[in-house]
Design a protein around this ligand. Structure first.
Ligand SMILES: *[C@@H]1O[C@H](CO)[C@@H](O)[C@H](O)[C@H]1NC(C)=O
Ligand SMILES: *[C@@H]1O[C@H](CO)[C@@H](O)[C@H](O)[C@H]1NC(C)=O
Ligand SMILES: *[C@@H]1O[C@H](CO)[C@@H](O)[C@H](O)[C@H]1NC(C)=O
Ligand SMILES: *[C@@H]1O[C@H](CO)[C@@H](O)[C@H](O)[C@H]1NC(C)=O
Ligand SMILES: *[C@@H]1O[C@H](CO)[C@@H](O)[C@H](O)[C@H]1NC(C)=O
Ligand SMILES: *[C@@H]1O[C@H](CO)[C@@H](O)[C@H](O)[C@H]1NC(C)=O
Ligand SMILES: *[C@@H]1O[C@H](CO)[C@@H](O)[C@H](O)[C@H]1NC(C)=O
Length: 503
């Protein structure tokens, strides 16, 4: 494996020079902080930064046609509220410029546009409205969120859970802000930054990617103090030739990390050596987590099942051993907890007792339901939100930990995997036959390939769609079963979960 990762000179996204006007914004803040700390809180009012035409002009290198001020930035004319600043984005199938009248009718105070069609309203005219949105987010990071620790999370699997766990944990220490849902791309991430309250101490930003170059852009906008790469696996990999390509693309996160920043890596992942050596070369601090041979910064020592959750034992850098509990069904979730502990360590925050006790996995991400299904008592594992080869294997292996009843998996196709998609399904054979899963039901044409290979004893039924499973549920479920439901978003496996829960 050759390392051809070159750090080209990073071209800052902010086009305009730092203006005296902006400098005074920062100076006012710093001076108040030094001379009159009790007044700092007042500088945080209103809660989110109040943009006006001058800030917008400077941030975007645009041209203003009127004056206004706004604390809310919106790209969706349908959901505009009174006082919003509307950014007219152009997509493949839509053009925000067509909705300018609607936006203003609903109360927008100004719009950022690249075509000055409607000059009756205050506008900021820019070359490219998407870039303008990103430049505004960048402006916020550089000049407004001066005391905010920026924590970036990327990786192939588990980044949403890690992001959620970080936000939930950091909220125990102060004001934390994070992206809603999957606001993790070149549009969602700037919007997340722009909606952060000014007094936010921790900003947790998930970064997704569907192609090369995307993470670089997101990292460059956000300038993280700390970056987590959860792992390198096959997921949404249709646009990448190899796992190494994915590793390189994730490593683009280094472009934006602040000098002397910290990168947190999974030592049990096969790309650890590559990722860590490139990070060291670039001058960053590296911390690791995992089980790996007693040499991780945050070391997982032992995981045991406890009811509908897991107890796990972790060794911290000071050699202290701590016992933790997490309400999840599989050890792969524990890795999100390890990454979270590493971030606390990097921020020099003391790990609280029972830190993860309050953490609840969102529906569909692997949460467990202990329920009555008609006359039967079953344990349902709802992992229906999404699937890729790594998370699928992890979920099947985790069924093994639950040894009381019959272990049943209902598995839907894994999508967006490119040319090797059939191989990724047939290779689940090993995972199924090496674990003591009792029955595997399959859904979808790719899973049919697995179905055809399975030994008779483990072969369940095959279905064309999750709808068909729903109409045959009573044939599949027995008393005391532990049932895992998992598949890609497009397979609508959540319909099966809903049907089971609604009986
Ligand atoms: C800013 O915009 C002007 C035109 O309005 C353009 O000539 C100039 O090159 C831009 N500057 C940068 C740094 O993009
Ligand atoms: C906006 O501009 C008008 C006319 O130039 C001026 O009268 C008004 O005070 C300005 N408002 C703000 C908020 O700057
Ligand atoms: C760089 O970061 C490390 C680890 O967080 C810290 O110990 C060190 O003091 C920092 N160095 C500078 C010059 O800030
Ligand atoms: C893990 O913990 C369980 C329960 O405390 C114990 O029985 C087991 O031996 C431990 N395993 C390891 C590898 O330490
Ligand atoms: C299981 O977890 C609960 C909740 O944290 C805890 O109170 C209990 O002691 C744990 N049981 C064992 C055997 O560790
Ligand atoms: C499932 O799909 C196959 C192939 O597309 C088709 O032949 C079969 O009739 C379908 N079965 C049902 C129950 O819809
Ligand atoms: C599902 O149920 C229908 C109707 O009871 C039955 O005809 C069909 O064979 C079942 N499908 C599977 C895959 O078991």
């Amino acid at each position: 494996m050759s390392s051809q990762f070159h750090f080209v000179v990073c071209i800052s996204l902010v086009a305009a020079p730092i203006h005296g006007f902006v400098k005074s914004l920062e100076n006012d803040y710093q001076k108040t902080k030094e001379n009159n700390p009790s007044k700092v809180e007042a500088l945080h009012s209103p809660a989110t930064f109040q943009w006006n035409e001058k800030h917008a002009e400077i941030a975007t290198n645009g041209t203003k046609t009127g004056n206004w001020s706004s604390t809310r930035i919106s790209i969706d004319s349908k959901n505009i509220k009174k006082g919003d600043l509307f950014v007219a984005l152009k997509g493949r199938h839509f053009d925000g410029h067509d909705f300018l009248n609607e936006a203003f009718a609903k109360g927008a105070v100004a719009a950022i546009v690249s075509e000055p069609k409607n000059t009756n309203y205050p506008l900021v005219i820019v070359e490219d409205t998407l870039q303008a949105l990103q430049h505004m987010a960048s402006f916020c990071i550089k000049h407004i969120l001066l005391d905010t620790k920026i924590i970036a999370v990327t990786g192939s699997v588990g980044k949403t859970t890690t992001k959620d766990m970080l936000h939930s944990t950091l909220s125990q220490f102060g004001v934390s802000h994070t992206n809603r849902g999957n606001f993790n791309n070149h549009i969602g991430l700037p919007l997340t930054i722009l909606s952060a309250p000014r007094n936010c101490q921790y900003l947790v930003l998930e970064m997704g990617m569907s192609e090369k170059g995307e993470i670089q852009r997101l990292s460059d906008i956000s300038k993280p103090d700390i970056a987590v790469i959860t792992n390198i696996e096959h997921a949404h990999s249709a646009n990448f030739h190899s796992l190494f390509d994915i590793a390189r693309a994730k490593l683009e996160i280094l472009y934006g990390i602040k000098p002397n920043g910290t990168i947190i890596l999974n030592k049990d992942n096969q790309y650890y050596d590559y990722l860590s050596s490139q990070s060291y070369k670039s001058g960053f601090n590296v911390m690791s987590f995992g089980k790996h041979q007693n040499t991780c910064t945050i070391q997982l020592l032992n995981t045991t099942r406890n009811g509908t959750g897991l107890n796990f034992k972790v060794k911290l850098p000071n050699n202290k051993i701590t016992n933790l509990y997490l309400k999840v069904f599989g050890e792969h979730f524990v890795y999100s907890a390890l990454a979270t502990i590493a971030v606390l360590e990097a921020l020099k925050l003391e790990l609280p007792q029972n830190v993860f006790e309050a953490f609840k996995i969102p529906n569909g991400r692997g949460n467990m339901h202990s329920i009555q299904y008609g006359d039967e008592h079953i344990l349902l594992i709802d992992d229906s939100y999404n699937a890729n080869p790594a998370s699928m294997k992890a979920a099947i292996k985790s069924l093994d930990m639950h040894s009381d009843g019959r272990k049943v998996a209902i598995l839907g196709d894994m999508l967006e995997l490119g040319n090797e998609r059939v191989k990724f399904h047939t290779e689940l054979y090993d995972c199924v036959t090496k674990t003591n899963v009792d029955k595997v039901h399959t859904v979808g044409e790719l899973m049919l390939e697995l179905h055809n290979l399975l030994p008779e004893a483990k072969k369940g039924s095959h279905f064309n769609s999750s709808h068909q499973v729903v109409s045959n549920l009573s044939d599949i479920i027995q008393n005391n079963d532990i049932i895992l439901v998992k598949g890609s978003r497009g397979m609508k496996m959540e319909l099966i979960v809903k049907a089971i829960l609604s009986v």
